[in-house]
Design a binder for this molecule. Structure first.
Ligand code: V0V
Ligand code: CO
Length: 140
């Protein structure tokens, strides 16, 4: 199964403050900003590089509420790395292949993700404590 790192998601209390920090420290540019009600986040994508199969990014995430996934994470663990997202050519196919290995899928079907992508999450307890996202970039 072809995979690359699409993005690293970082949980933030203040999105604007962390955009300023990451863009200044690593000289990265914000290429997209979105509010995703379904995922309970306000987020920004900072472009790192382009490679085979798509770009790679830092995704900064501010929760829309305390009882959202990122809101709960902040209360429990504080700010920091929240998830790792692998780019795959076909998210539905990757869900089936990985699900058959006994890894719990947190989504029954692909959801809407940043920049027109299709995404699905895997349970962190089945992936060594790493919340894992699968991302299918939109076809050009
Ligand atoms: C929770 N746990 C984590 C974790 N969040 N472990 C590693 N990384 C994380 N981010 C651990 C937690 O410490 C517990 O372990 C255990 O998993 C169960 O967590 P919980 O607190 O009991 O349960 P919840 O209600 O917090 O749910 C956790 C899950 C939830 C992972 C199931 O956050 C979820 O469904 N996440 C998927 C959606 C999501 O994260 N969306 C936001 C990003 P102990 O304490 O029992 O040992 S949206 C996004 O990335 C977008 C839009 C995009 O890329 O385009
Ligand atoms: Co993400």
């Amino acid at each position: 199964m072809f995979m690359r790192i699409d993005h690293i998601g970082i949980a933030c209390r203040d999105l604007e403050e962390k955009i300023e920090l990451f863009s200044r420290t690593f000289e990265l540019t914000v290429v997209a900003r979105e509010v995703n009600e379904e995922q309970g986040v306000k987020e920004a994508m900072l472009h790192i590089a382009d490679g085979d199969g798509g770009g790679s990014y830092i995704q900064l995430l501010e929760p829309l509420s305390d009882d959202s996934p990122v809101g709960k994470f902040l209360a429990k663990r504080g700010e920091g790395v929240h998830h790792v997202a692998f780019g795959v050519p076909d998210v539905a196919e990757a869900m089936t292949t990985i699900g058959e290995k006994g890894v719990r899928l947190l989504d029954e079907r692909p959801r809407h993700g940043s920049m027109g992508s299709r995404i699905a999450f895997l349970h962190p307890k089945d992936v060594g404590g790493m919340l894992t996202e699968l991302v299918e970039a939109p076809k050009p």
